[in-house]
Ligand binder design. Structure first.
Ligand SMILES: [Zn+2]
Length: 532
């Protein structure tokens, strides 16, 4: 018997946790953080307590109650599961053969932090490398972002604390790279390196995927999304192929990869397709004109060209297409693109995984912001050692503001006090999935911009009817296919069964695919969908 049970990404965008079972073989497609549930209870300064281990995240429903699936070192003393055995969706799950990760966005990988560290993780090399670089340069004590390696916890009194670094190494998750026969020596040495000078990295070796998980053949397909390394997956079960799209788009720079995946998935004559539906919407007019990266380049170039003062470009650094776009704009307007040290670290790591990512050393128009800080970790020292010629201090930047494009986000606006701009443009070129909380941050951002007399471009706002919109929509190209493209993808792949996930509008598929011989099953949290 084959079954699919969805524990995250049910009628919501993100937090995908999809269990596929075929006899004794079990695997998950993604294991991401559900930010919507998390935001119901937590925010930046109210977080699940790491000293409480799994207790907080289980109690507040941030993790499905699957006993046996999670890290034992995070179990508080006593019988913590007692409270959760009557929860909807509870079951014992003592062995899982692997997690097939679609891409390095935390709504697809974040909750892996809590998984038992012996569960193999299947991913593209790029996804693994991005996940490690982000973890290395983040807060190593943050137990919600231990995607690649974990800091073991030990019981101290009635709480958990990190094991002594002198004696206990990081425990690495066994990553299996799906697109590399043998990981290159550069990737291996990056992978083996600890982020700091204290705790050592564990010994778990990297390897290739071997093309199967739990005895089931698997296939990996590169697809285009707003992060490099995004993958779709197919698993051959005893009832036919099951295909998982991850997040994807056709309208991006690498749309052909998505096209190739669609053709290959069709050739498998899949029994079942799990398809994302971020932009599945009942308003086709809005969705039918996707903004392309070239549109972003043109509009942003125009905005930079007509600005005499400072320009700030706000986009996620993992979005290399956007970074390349702004690097071109910097060259065309004879400005310098200033990135943060953690972005430089990420870029260097990504270059190891693919020559398609520009080498920082060869980007003549990039500088790295030398932030004021008391202490620099080992990963950051490496950046300065490799790129000392690209260093720009806040004082140097302040003296040259009209020659710069600063890659800052809302979280960096505090640095503006050192730069003291008077005027300029803040180009918001980032995610389109807005939340109420982000809107409050946007109001704060507007206050900062007003203080420094800067003009905000492309900022999201609340419409009178409560929905969200963006001021200059051509300053951002979405990472997701609009509804009409998704319908094309599903029709092409032509599965027998379709399960819409990662969407607030699963009913859209039923409407748009009316008359097609496709059985659409809308998942319910924790309820198996059986394929026989
Ligand atoms: Zn994504």
């Amino acid at each position: 018997m084959v079954s699919i049970t969805v524990y995250g990404g049910v009628c919501t965008i993100g937090g995908n946790k999809i269990l596929l079972e075929d006899g004794d073989a079990r695997l998950f497609f993604d294991f991401g953080t559900d930010y919507k549930v998390r935001a119901q209870y937590y925010e930046e300064y109210l977080k699940p307590r790491s000293g409480a281990g799994l207790r907080d995240v289980l109690e507040m429903g941030l993790l499905p109650p699957l006993e046996g699936l999670y890290r034992e070192d995070l179990l508080p003393p006593g019988d913590p599961w007692q409270r959760y055995r009557s929860r909807p969706g509870y079951r014992g799950l003592d062995h899982v053969d692997g997690v097939l990760v679609s891409h390095a966005h935390l709504d697809h990988t974040g909750a892996m932090s809590f998984l038992r560290p012996d569960i193999p993780v299947f991913a593209s090399t790029m996804t693994g490398v991005i996940a490690k670089a982000v973890q290395d340069s983040g807060k190593t004590s943050d137990f919600e972002s231990e995607v690649c390696y974990v800091t073991p916890r030990v019981v101290e009194g009635d709480r958990l604390t990190t094991a002594p670094w002198q004696r206990v190494s990081y425990v690495r998750r066994p990553f299996r790279f799906a697109d590399m026969q043998e990981p290159s020596p550069e990737v291996i040495s990056f992978w083996n390196r600890a982020p700091g000078t204290g705790r050592r990295m564990g010994r778990e070796e990297l390897s290739a995927s071997g093309g199967q998980v739990g005895g089931l053949p698997i296939r990996h397909f590169p697809v285009d999304h707003s992060v490099y390394g995004a993958s779709a997956w197919a698993v051959e079960t005893s009832r036919g192929w099951v295909v998982y799209t991850g997040d994807l788009r056709l309208h991006g720079a690498r749309g052909q990869e998505t096209q190739r995946f669609v053709a290959a998935a069709r050739a498998l004559r899949p029994r079942l397709l799990l398809c994302e539906g971020t932009r599945a919407t009942e308003e086709p007019a809005e969705a039918s004109t996707p903004v392309h990266e070239d549109d972003v380049r043109q509009s942003a170039l125009e905005e930079v060209r007509t600005e005499d003062g400072l320009v700030i470009a706000d986009f996620g650094a993992r979005n290399i297409d956007r970074l390349i776009t702004f690097h071109h704009i910097a060259e065309a307007t004879d400005r310098l693109l200033v990135i943060l040290a953690k972005d430089a670290y990420l870029l260097d790591a990504m270059h190891l995984a693919s020559a398609g990512v520009p080498s920082l050393a060869e980007c003549s128009h990039i500088r790295i912001f030398y932030d004021m800080k008391a202490k620099r970790d080992a990963w950051e020292e490496r950046v300065w050692k490799a790129h000392h010629d690209k260093k720009i201090t806040p004082q140097e930047a302040a003296a040259d503001l009209d020659r710069l494009i600063l890659c800052f986000s809302f979280w960096d606006v505090g640095k503006l006090i050192d730069l003291n701009p008077r005027g300029g443009k803040y180009i918001y070129s980032s995610s389109e999935a807005y939340t109420e909380e982000q809107m409050i941050d946007m109001d704060r951002l507007r206050n900062w911009l007003q203080h420094f007399k800067m003009t905000g471009m492309g900022l999201p706002y609340r419409r009178d009817d409560g929905s969200f919109a963006v001021e200059h929509p051509t300053l951002h190209a979405s990472g997701h296919a609009p509804g009409s493209d998704l319908v094309t993808v599903v029709k092409e792949i032509a599965p027998e069964v379709l399960i819409p996930i990662h969407t607030e509008h699963p009913e859209y598929f039923a409407e748009a695919l009316r008359g097609e011989p496709i059985d659409i099953r809308v998942p319910k949290y924790g309820v198996p969908i059986v394929i026989d």
